[in-house]
Design a protein around this ligand. Sequence first.
Ligand code: DAH
Length: 360
Amino acid sequence: MTDLPTLEGDTLDAIAAATDEADLEATRVATLGKKGSISALLSTLGKMAPEQRKTRGAEINALKDKVAVAFEARRQTLREAALEARLAAETVDVTLPVRAGPLDTGRIHPISQVMDELSVIFADMGFSIAEGPDIETDDYNFTKLNFPPDHPARDMHDTFFFPAAADGTRKLLRTHTSPVQVRTMLGKEPPIRVICPGRTYRCDSDQTHTPMFHQVEGLVIDRSANLGNLKWVLQEFLRAFFEVDEVRMRFRPSFFPFTEPSMEVDIQCRRGDGEIRFGEGDDWLEILGCGMVHPNVLGNCGIDPQVYQGFAWGIGIDRIAMLKYGMPDLRAFFENDVRWLEHYGFRPLDIPSLIGGLSA
Ligand code: DAH
């Protein structure tokens, strides 16, 4: 017959020796489990005489209870020890500096920031934003804008053409944002007041030209829009954008097929010490093209030039971003050098507003 004190001693030793809960559980199964040593003892009771069964049964049950208590106590101890070890391993040194998260390290690209600045300024003047596709038809990019067929201006734009389709038409990467004027006029009744920021493409690359660049087009059509209004809108925009009290402008006659008269606008500036400042000095810098929308363009876009008139302008966004933020090389805008972005980029929550400041 199994010696109960020995079994008890061995079991208690095994319990004490268990190093973790899994180990302890294995010991428990080996003793109290269905096929465990103590359970096996209980199953021998059935074959005993009633008297013997009584005393032996009581002894085995006492052993079983004692062992069960020992298991529970050890389990508690091991659990607490495991928790202690985990807490010790996971301590956080709250005196360490906080690691920078995405809001601290991420940067908004200057172009995106300047687009937001433009939107804020023109929204305040009651303009909405219109967009069009980068891949345009020759018709919208040139023909409807009053470029005669085979006119050299089509080549002056260094256009990227796609191969001609079966019907002879060619798509192209839009060379300016002016086709969005066309789309807007075709889709909307006057009065119209929109700006159209977006990507544009020309086959050109040097310090101030990249094959992909950005423009913002402006278009106003109503019954009485005139050059005086145009001048005011541009003046207000330039003052707000460059964050100066006054910007002097100079309008020079120019030529664009889609405007008549057409003008280029220079703004007053001072150059020196590798720097350029606006609102002072007696130098001039050309920054945009503009004019009164050509009656042919209005007619091509379903607007009666006898009733409506309008003005439009186009500005190179990259150009004014370079000027405002002192970035010398346009190509760096598109090289994705994270050091450049860290230096010239904007914090994600520095959202431009006219009240809070555009470039904060
Ligand atoms: N589309 C012209 C360009 O890319 C810029 C421009 C000039 C746009 C005069 C206009 C405008 O809307 O009126 O060179």
